[in-house]
Write a protein that binds this ligand. Structure first.
Ligand code: CO8
Length: 265
């Protein structure tokens, strides 16, 4: 389904509802150039289109990964470096597109996850990494700062001291340290990584999709708003979910002591 996208591979599994988007510039460690940023957006739009003819929600989760053995993404393409190709606020704001995407996006990180690559992962809903992965913000070595919210995100996740340490020194940290600091959700042995991520994603894809979307919305609201506004927002989402067929199904399945089958309606 991705013939005309040059730098990503797109797959959709209609059985599980899981889409996979692979950044596919392995020779450049999947560095972000303008084409890749465009293709990430186009690939996600293509996956979202799976919902168009579906009865309910077809696309339940998206895995974002990097091709090759070495990297999730080594950041902005330093070969084609420019504010246009690397900057945060252009038409190609794939960071914002991922953040606002209705289905949850899981960054599957196996290798280097640096600079704009780490910011791409931070825009995702979940970050799962193999033990041998490495994380960092090398921007300071170029005389700049992470331009797509890296310091903001890490400050919210791990506190300002950790964010400053990462961004001011530009050094790599291990996946275990990133997990300990709360920057990523989990770290797995390299040998078990594929299976662990598959299990996580399959489990997530089986959850009630409208509730999952609402929870994603609610969590974003919590980051941006005061508590009162957030509580009002959750209350509105809650009332909306009470009107769904998924809620009827969930309640019926609970009463009948069986597994629910959610359709996203
Ligand atoms: N861009 C382009 N090519 C890259 C990049 C990159 N970011 N990273 C690696 N490559 C290429 C290398 O040039 C090399 O290509 P070739 O084989 O043709 O020589 C190939 O990928 C393999 O890389 P290495 O040989 O260097 O592999 P190593 O295992 O020795 O090292 C590293 C791996 C540590 C990841 C190393 O490649 C590295 O440090 N890469 C650069 C990381 C970096 O600085 N990224 C950019 C950070 S800045 C950013 O992301 C946000 C910028 C915001 C800008 C806003 C502007 C206004």
């Amino acid at each position: 389904m991705d013939e005309d996208l040059e730098t990503v591979l797109v797959e959709f599994d209609s059985e599980t509802g899981v889409g996979t988007l692979t950044m596919n510039r392995p020779d450049a460690l999947n560095a972000l150039n303008g084409q890749l940023r465009d293709d990430i957006i186009a690939g996600l739009q293509r996956l979202e289109a799976e919902n168009e003819d579906a009865d309910g929600v077809a696309l339940r989760a998206v895995v974002l990964e990097g091709a090759g053995e070495k990297a999730f993404c080594a950041g902005a393409d330093v070969g084609g470096f420019s504010s246009e190709s690397a900057g945060a606020s252009s038409e190609r704001d794939h960071y914002r597109f991922i953040r606002d995407f209705p289905a949850p996006v899981i960054a599957k990180i196996d290798g280097y996850c640096l600079g704009g690559g780490l910011e791409t992962a931070l825009a995702c809903d979940f970050r799962l990494a193999s033990e041998s992965s490495a994380f960092g913000f090398p921007e300071v070595n170029l005389g700049i700062l992470p331009g797509a919210g890296g310091v903001q995100y890490v400050t919210k996740l791990a506190g300002p001291a950790v964010a400053k340490e990462l961004a001011m020194f530009g050094e790599h940290i291990s996946a275990q340290r990133a997990a300990d600091e709360g920057i990523i959700n989990d770290v797995y042995d390299d040998d078990a990584f594929e299976d662990e991520v598959d299990a996580f994603v399959t489990n997530l894809a089986g959850q009630a999709p409208l509730a999952v979307q609402a929870i994603k919305d609610s969590a974003h609201m919590a980051v941006q708003s005061g508590l009162e506004e957030g509580l009002r927002y959750d209350s509105k989402l809650f009332r909306q979910l009470l009107q769904t067929e998924d809620y009827e199904e969930g309640a019926a399945a609970f009463g009948e002591d069986r597994e629910p089958e959610f359709e996203g309606k």
